[in-house]
Structure formats: structure tokens, C-alpha cells
Write a protein that binds this ligand. Structure first.
Ligand SMILES: [Zn+2]
Length: 357
């Protein structure tokens, strides 16, 4: 099936990392890659191509969700609703790493899965006692001397990133020395560190230790000042907002914090925390609406889930519609640059040129 050629015609394609609209486009997929892309005046349709007529619709790169717990949903539901790559940020290693391995096959009916494996935490800390987390979702690290072994173990199992927890309301947290030892062990192995970081005290600790990413905008209701947002941006800390899982005062705080971080030039990468209450499988309408409320433009929202996400996750030839890229393509109804709600109206999805069923 991956050897077949498909031509999508008539849609507006958002081309390249800058999402340049090309009207009445022809996008051709062959052997899992985009083999031709341009205006219908410039691109010939091969005689053997299976044609998909898509007038009035928009072609976007498949969404990348940088924070999920894929074990809560059938992977095909996630793919079918427009997400072609996910990063799982905590699940028992004996389940998630084999699943991530299987997901590499182009015919896999689900997104490509990158995984952190277990979350590194203090003994008894989050998520070892969390109701949602199956046993093995947390990996306890009791001191700096255990850091390298723990990081080495998850790296060997297949971790693409190291997840840590600094979540005082849910139990003890990693001390400064242990956190620093984890971060340096990760960086020595070319892994970045992402964190569940609760409030301002934990954020300062994470920045001091060199944590690369917030897996959520701060939880709780602490306010990140413009100065602190500028420090985060200057130190190249990336934020995965996960707004969809919040409500009330915590949502309000997260919206303000995200707005100030984005205004400071910080890198925002789309992520929903799928598996937690509030997030839905696939391109998440609520997350998108809330990112807009925080002040991100439609183009910034799309970029955060495509080109910026691929760059941040080190994914080559993904997150972009261009010749040579993986044919991870989503067809939606309407114009998402005019109205980001269109992103939730997924008509058809291809991963590696193969239609999602
Ligand atoms: Zn999560």
C-alpha cells in the first residue's frame, strides 16, 4: 500500500515551515513521502495516482502532540483525528517502549510514538501514588548517586526524553543535587529533560538545574512575571502548555503565564496531556481555543504543533508540507489561518502516505 501514489487536488496547502498558503494545490504522496507539491499549474498528476478531490479544504502537516499518555486511548482514534506523532510523557516502560517500537511501522494504525518511559521522582513522590498512573509510571531516585543509573536505564530502554516531577502537593520532590545530577546525566546522553513543575519555587529550581522544558505550564495559580518569562526564554526553556486539562483559577493563571512567556519570545510546543480529564484524542479544539485566548495567533498555534514541535523534538522531515518530507498530512474543512476552529474539523488523515482508517 505504501508503494501506491496518491494525489490530493484542489485544496489550499500550507507549505513550508512558514505555512505559506498555496491555493488550488496538488500534493502527491509516493512511498511514504511527499514527492511533489505546488500549484495545479506547476505539478503534473501521475496517471497511476489515486486522486482525492479537496476543493474548499486546507492541507496542513499532521499535528504533533508533545504530551500524551497514549495508553488511555486506542492509537487509531488519535491518528484519525489529525495527530500523526505523539510523545508519551510517562507510562510503564515494559508497555510503552514496545508500543513506541511498533508505531515506527508505516502501516501502524496510530501516530508515531516517542516515549519518556517512567517519570523520575523522589521516593514516594508524584506519580507513584497518583490514581491515574499504573504501577511503574514513576521511577524513584533517592539521591544524586542514583541519577546516572536511572537515566542510563531509561535511555537504554528507548527514552527520547527524560521526564522529572517537582510536584509538592502530591508528595516528596527531588532535591536540588539529585535534580542537577539527573539533568547532567541526561545531557551527557544527548537527552533533554522535561518536567512536571508545580509552582514558582519549583520553576526556579528547574531553571537553576538546567531543565529544558515544562511539560505543562505551571500548575496551581502562581504568576510568572515578565522578568521571569524573559529568563525562561533567554535560557531556551520550552513550554508545552496543556491548557485543556485545567479550569477556574488554575486555567486563568496558566493563560496569563503562557501569554507572557510567548510575548517574551519563548518557544511554545503544542501538547494536551491526553489521558487527563479535559483533553480529547486528536487535534484538541479546547486546547486550540485556549491557546488563542492566551494570545497566540492562528499561525503560531499551527506552528507550535508542526514545524516548531518537530524542531524541538529533533524530528527530521516532519511537521512540514514540502517535497521530501514524510507524508504525514491532514485535510481539514475551512481555513485555519482565518479561524483556528477549523483545525478541529478533520476530514481525512494520512500517515506515511497511508490513509488512517
Ligand atoms: Zn501528563
Amino acid at each position: 500500500m505504501s508503494d501506491s501514489t496518491t494525489a490530493i487536488t484542489g485544496a489550499t496547502a500550507l507549505v513550508g515551515p512558514e505555512l505559506r498558503p498555496v491555493e488550488n494545490a496538488v500534493l502527491i504522496m509516493t512511498e511514504g513521502r511527499i514527492s511533489a507539491l505546488g500549484s495545479s499549474d506547476d505539478v503534473a498528476i501521475p496517471a497511476e495516482a489515486q486522486q482525492v478531490e479537496a476543493r474548499g479544504m486546507t492541507l496542513i502537516p499532521g499535528f504533533i502532540d508533545a504530551h500524551v499518555h497514549i495508553g488511555f486511548f486506542p492509537p487509531r482514534r488519535v491518528l484519525r483525528a489529525g495527530v500523526t506523532t505523539v510523545r508519551d510523557l510517562a507510562w510503564p516502560p515494559e508497555i510503552i517502549f514496545p508500543m513506541a517500537e511498533r508505531s515506527k511501522a508505516p502501516g501502524f494504525q496510530g501516530p508515531l510514538i516517542l516515549a519518556a518511559g517512567p517519570m523520575l521522582t523522589a521516593p514516594g513522590g508524584y506519580p507513584t501514588r497518583a490514581g491515574w498512573a499504573p504501577s511503574g509510571t514513576g521511577l524513584e531516585v533517592s539521591g544524586p548517586e542514583e541519577a546516572a543509573v536511572a537515566v542510563g536505564r531509561v535511555k537504554e530502554q528507548g527514552a527520547e526524553v527524560v521526564k522529572i516531577a517537582l510536584n509538592p502537593p502530591a508528595g516528596p520532590v527531588l532535591d536540588e543535587d539529585t535534580l542537577k545530577a539527573i539533568v547532567s546525566a541526561a545531557h551527557e546522553r544527548a537527552l533533554e529533560v522535561t518536567g512536571h513543575v508545580y509552582g514558582l519555587a519549583e520553576l526556579r529550581k528547574a531553571l537553576d538545574a538546567g531543565v529544558d522544558e515544562l511539560a505543562h505550564m505551571l500548575m496551581g495559580t502562581d504568576r510568572i512575571s515578565p522578568d521571569l518569562a524573559a529568563r525562561m526564554a533567554a535560557e531556551h526553556m520550552t513550554v508545552v502548555p496543556t491548557l485543556a486539562i485545567r479550569s477556574g483559577g488554575e486555567l486563568k493563571a496558566a493563560l496569563g503565564n503562557l501569554g507572557r512567556f510567548a510575548a517574551a519570545g519563548g518557544r511554545v510546543v503544542y501538547g494536551t496531556d491526553l489521558g487527563n480529564a479535559g483533553a480529547s484524542p486528536g487535534i484538541d479544539r479546547r486546547e486550540i481555543r485556549l491557546m488563542g485566548r492566551a494570545g497566540l495567533s492562528p499561525a503560531q498555534i499551527i506552528e507550535s504543533a508542526t514545524a516548531a514541535a518537530a524542531a524541538h523534538l529533533g524530528l527530521k522531515d516532519r511537521g512540514v508540507l514540502e517535497v521530501g518530507a514524510h507524508a504525514d498530512v491532514v485535510l481539514i474543512r475551512g481555513d485555519p489561518l482565518a479561524d483556528p476552529k477549523a483545525l478541529g474539523r478533520v476530514k481525512k488523515v494520512w500517515r506515511a502516505g497511508i490513509p488512517a482508517l
